[in-house]
Design a protein around this ligand. Structure first.
Ligand SMILES: [Zn+2]
Ligand SMILES: [Zn+2]
Length: 277
């Protein structure tokens, strides 16, 4: 039945509230990770998924490259793996978890409703950044750049959405001071670490508009996934050129790296084929 007479504002507002209450009862919202129906509002994980993410956060990982490893393999200066990798040019890496724990969420972040999971994941990553000894020294967040052609293809710039949400939580500005000047083939098509480093080499440059941002600053690069570390490496190179004093990186997921002796052989193959990366 449609009503053509204009209704008083209060009646309209009440009707709207009623409609929303009915809708949320009929279509309760779902867990951002597994899709199971849960009550409440705002992007959230169900209790089980939240526990899994917190568990992943608490697993020991290398402070230099972010790899999840046994505590005995990790030292203050790096781990048994990254000690042979010269490309780690950041002072530290913070990560929420491994790849399997967060895969579904990352897929949604990349292709689904970009803003809901970004806000949701930012809670965890902001918590993890707060736990770092370097957290208080941060002055700004820098999302890894995305080429404008790719930005047109995708519904959103996920690293930027993530950085914005984390910045809000940590009270830090987001600086888009690095831009991608060359479109690069997807890193997922590159099998070796060397290929990946080569693929993004020289792809980034200082953004045209960056009034006084960089000089002597302590910044943290934000990306949703760090795989080989090649993208972070190139972004950090540009930041250093801009005069950044200290550069950190933070990411949601840190899957096993290309060239790592995989603990589960299938894990790396899955990660490379995965559209979430
Ligand atoms: Zn869930
Ligand atoms: Zn390491």
């Amino acid at each position: 039945v449609s009503i053509h007479l204009p209704l008083p504002r209060r009646v309209r507002l009440r009707a709207k509230a009623l409609r929303e209450a009915v809708l949320s009862a009929v279509f309760p919202q779902s867990c951002v990770c597994c899709g199971v129906a849960i009550a409440g509002d705002g992007p959230r994980a169900c209790a089980g998924c939240d526990r899994a993410i917190r568990r992943a956060m608490n697993r020991p990982y290398c402070p230099r490259c972010g790899r999840t490893l046994a505590a005995t393999a990790i030292h203050a200066t790096g781990c048994v793996r990254c000690r042979s990798e010269a490309h780690w040019n950041t002072a530290g890496v913070a990560r929420v978890g491994g790849y399997r724990d967060l895969r579904g969420t990352l897929l949604r972040l990349k292709f689904g409703q970009p803003h809901l999971p970004a806000a949701f994941l930012a809670d965890y990553l902001a918590d993890e950044i707060r736990r770092q000894p370097w957290s208080d020294s941060l002055e700004a967040l820098v999302p890894v750049p995305m080429h404008y052609l790719r930005r047109l293809q995708r519904s959103s710039n996920h690293a930027h959405a993530l950085a914005t949400a984390i910045g809000r939580r940590l009270g830090l500005p987001v600086w888009n001071v690095v831009r991608q000047v060359r479109a690069v083939p997807s890193q997922t098509t590159r099998r070796t670490r060397h290929d990946r480093l080569d693929n993004v080499k020289g792809a980034f440059a200082p953004a045209r508009w960056r009034p006084g941002r960089g000089n002597g600053r302590v910044v943290c690069i934000i990306d949703n996934v760090i795989l080989s570390g090649a993208t972070v490496h190139e972004t950090a190179k540009v930041l250093r050129r801009l005069g950044a004093r200290r550069i950190y990186a933070a990411t949601i997921a840190r899957p096993p790296c290309v060239g790592d002796p995989p603990t589960r052989p299938e894990a790396l193959d899955d990660a490379l084929r995965d559209p979430a990366i």
